[in-house]
Design a protein around this ligand. Sequence first.
Ligand code: ACM
Length: 546
Amino acid sequence: MKVAITVIAATLAMGDPLLAAPSAAVHMVPGVIPQPLRLSVETGSKGFAMPNGIKVHSDVSRCEMGRAAIRALMGAGLELRTEENEGELRVRQVKHDNKEWYAISVTPQGIELRVAGPQALFCAAQTLAQSVVQDEEGKPALPSMQVEDAPLLSYRGLMLDPCRHPLTVEETKKMLRIMARYKLNRLHWHLADDQGWRIEIKKYPRLTEVGSHRAETPTAANHEVGDASPTTPFYFTQEEIRSVVSYANSLGIIVIPEIEVPGHSSAAIAAYPELGNKDVPDYAPRVATTWGVLPYTYAPTEQTLGFLRDVFAEVCALFPRAEFVHIGGDEAPRDQWQKSPLARAFMQQRGMQHAGQIQHWFTHRMAELLAKHGRRIVGWDEIIDDGEAPAEAVVMYWRSWVRPSSLLRAVQAGHDVIQSPASHFYFNFSQGKLPADIRYRPHGSLEAQQDWRHVYSYNPVPQGITPEQRRHLIGLQANCWSESIADGAKLEYQVVPRICALAEVAWRPAELRRADEFLQRILKQYPWFDAQGINYRREDGTPARD
Ligand code: ACM
C-alpha cells in the first residue's frame, strides 16, 4: 500500500502562538475499546476543546486511510477548519515493525500522531474518536493524554453468513461501521452454501437464477419442520459486491470472500447438476431446505475444476485487496464419493486409499489456482485432516472439541492460523438463558452460554507454544452463522457487545485484561450504540431496541 502521510508540522515548536483555546479541566477518563497498550491521561488538567476544530495538512486528506481517519474524527465531533488560530492535527510517519503501531499526544493546542502507516493512522483516529469526554463545564473535549499502541494479532475478523438468511447491503455496511470502531480489519463474507448462492457470477448465471432461492426454510420453532414458503431470490450483484468492498476499504477493512469447496455446495450443484457426483443413486440436487451437513459434494473432474477456475477468477477480480480467499473445506461428507463409480475410478488411478483424499486433492488444486491470482487459500481446519495441506494455506481453526487440537497440529505443520473456536467465538450461539436469549432461539445449544465474559476469557496465545509457533498465530475471528438470524436486529443482538470482547482479546495480551474493568468500558459504549441505532444486548440481557 502506498503511504502518503508525510505531514510534519515541524515548524510548530513549543511556545508557538497558537490561539486555540484549551478546554476547561477534564476529569473523565475515556473508555477506549480495545484498550491501548499504554494510555496515560492527565486528569484534572485542561485538554483539547472540541469546538476549536483542527487544521489538517493536505497530505493526510490525499491518503485513503487519512481521509478515513478524518471522517472518524469528524464523526466524533471534531470540525475541520482552515483558520490559523485553530488546533492542529500533526501526523508523522515513523518506522515500526508493526504496521499498525501508533502513538498519540493530545495537548490543549492540538493533536500529534506518530504512525507506522496508513492503517495505523486509521487506528489512531478510532482511539481519538472514542476518547472524547466532557470537561468540567460539560463541553466535549479530549483530555491531555499520551497513547502508545499496537495490536497483538494482525487479522481481526468477523464472519457474516448471508446464505441461510439474507443480510442486506445496508445491514452489512452497518456491521462494517461497528467493526471499524473496534479496529477489526477483516470481514469474512460467507457467500455460498447449501441453502443459497449469494454472489453474481457473470459466466454462470444459473448460480443465482437457481441457487439464490429455495422451496422453503426450517421454522424457528422446530428446525425439523419447513415453513412451506418459497424464498424470494437473494444475491449480491457484482456492483453491490464492489460497493461493500469499497465501503469496507474506506473503513480500513479488507473483505475475504468464501466459496465453499468441496462440500456445502448443494446450491451450486442444483444450478449445474453436472458438477456433482451424478452417477450416485437417487441423485437429485436442489437448494437445501434443511440446516446441517448435506451429502452433495463436487465431483473430482476437469469440468468441476474449470468451473471453479472461472468462478474464482471473477471472485478475485471483485476482491482485489483480499490477500486470502476462503475455500471453505468444512464438513465435506465422503458418502457420494464412496458411492460414485467415477470418483472411485479417480481414486484408483491416483492410488488414493480413502475418499478423504479427494478433498485433499481439491484443496491443492484450489491453492494452485488461487496462487495464479496472487492469493493464499484459507480453509476451515478440516483441510489438514487428510494429508498435508499446501504450505502457504492458512488454517481457520474452529473445531475446538477435536483432539489432538487442530490449532496445535496446524502451527506445528508451519501453517498460519486464524482462530475462531466454536467454544468461544460462535456469535450465533446463545449468550445466556435470559428471556431474550430464549425468545431469539439461537442456533446451536442454549447451553453454550457464550456471553461477552466467556469470549473475553479466551487466550489466543496458548501456554507452551514456541516463539516460532507463536509467529503463525496471525488472527482471531468470530463467526455468526445465520440459520437462526433472520434479520439485522437479531444479528446486532448476537454480535454487540460480544464484538467488543473479540476486539480486545485480539488486541491486548491476556495478562493485561480484567473482565470487571472491561465491563466499565462496555457501559461507556452504550451512548454510541444508541446513537447508531444498534440493537445491542444490555448487561441485563434485554435487547436495546427490539
Ligand atoms: C463450521 O462451523 N462449519 C465452520
